[in-house]
Structures are given as C-alpha cells and as structure tokens.
Unconditional design. Structure first.
Length: 106
C-alpha cells in the first residue's frame, strides 16, 4: 500500500496529464486515488486515537507519580523537622552516628 505522500504525488501527476485523458479516465483515476487516500486517512485516525489514549494514560501516571512524590517529600520533611525539634528540646546541636551526622545550624 502506498504512503500518503505517494498518493498525493500520484494525484498531482494525474492532474498534470489530465489533458491527455478523456473525462471518464480522469475521473476514474482521481477516484481510485481518493479511495486509497480515504483508507489511509482512516488508518491515520485509528493510530491518532491510539496515541491519544497512550498520551492520556501517561498523563494520568505522571499525575499519580507526582502525588506520590509529594507524599514522600512531605514525610521526609516531617521526619527532618521532628528530629530537629527533638534535638533542640534536648539542646543537642550535633549528633554523630556510624552512618550519619546531624547538625542544627542557625
């Protein structure tokens, strides 16, 4: 099956030689190309619909992941604030463990 570009070229070529064809031949040739273009357009529409559905699914996943990211960040921020508050209550400006160091800075 020809591409849309090829069909367009064929259509233009038929129009260029229109003077060499009788009216019936011209109409038949153009109609045949039009029919192929319509089939191609249906195919394009189906693919575009599928792409739209994929786009929407991705957008929903982006939204879901953004909300999850926000939830995780809020949890992390709450934990950080809680640790800082407890350090201030205990007047500990610095805590050092085997893995991490924590400092309260002004």
């Amino acid at each position: 099956m020809a591409t849309l570009y090829e069909l367009t070229d064929r259509y233009r070529n038929v129009l260029e030689i229109a003077g060499m064809l009788d009216e019936e031949q011209l109409q038949e040739a153009l109609q045949a190309i039009d029919d192929e273009i319509e089939v191609k357009a249906d195919g394009y529409a189906k693919v575009m619909k599928e792409l739209e559905m994929q786009e929407n699914a991705i957008q929903e996943e982006v939204k879901r992941l953004s909300e999850r990211k926000k939830h995780i960040k809020n949890n992390r921020d709450r934990m950080k604030e809680s640790l800082a508050n407890q350090m201030e209550i205990l007047s500990k400006r610095k805590i050092k463990t085997d893995l991490f160091s924590f400092n309260i800075q002004n």
